[in-house]
Design a protein around this ligand. Structure first.
Ligand SMILES: [Zn+2]
Ligand SMILES: [Zn+2]
Ligand SMILES: [Zn+2]
Length: 148
């Protein structure tokens, strides 16, 4: 589980300043496994940090995403959702996204064929494009139980 120290290091490596919004947003994301929108985060932080506006939150989330600290899921409702990337391998998951209500299901109980397919695909792509693949992001879109 990454902590403050690792986050600060990541910022230093990328010559980014460690600021209050960056710290409190990371801290908030580290306390939940939910995928939050900028508005969710604004709602949670507003009472304690009224100085942090929605625009700052949007920008900070994009920065955290570029730094590889959070993963970003574009749900069907047009609002991106963000969750902290946890370093431990056990946290790796794929997403099922409802394009109607934006519900996100994280799953870690991968289908065996899926793991083989991902592995083979990565190997083939790495070879074909001479590309060192370090991660992937798999999303399936559709309708959840409530929306179908
Ligand atoms: Zn995977
Ligand atoms: Zn739904
Ligand atoms: Zn996720």
């Amino acid at each position: 589980m990454p902590g403050r120290y690792q986050w600060q290091n990541r910022f230093r490596e990328n010559v980014c300043r460690w600021t209050v919004p960056r710290e409190v947003i990371l801290a908030l994301l580290s306390r939940t496994t939910e995928h939050l929108t900028a508005k969710d985060i604004y709602g949670s932080l507003y009472s304690m940090y009224p100085g942090i506006g929605l625009t700052t939150i949007y920008r900070t989330l994009e920065l955290l995403h570029r730094l590889g600290l959070v993963h970003k899921v574009a749900a069907g409702d047009g609002q991106s959702r963000y969750a902290l990337k946890r370093e431990d391998k056990g946290d790796h998951h794929h997403h099922l996204i409802c394009t109607k209500c934006g519900k996100i299901v994280d799953y870690r109980d991968f289908v065996q064929e899926e793991l083989e397919l991902v592995k083979k695909t990565e190997e083939a792509l790495a070879k074909k494009h001479n590309f060192a693949i370090t991660d992937h992001n798999i999303e399936f879109l559709g309708l959840c139980e409530k929306c179908r």
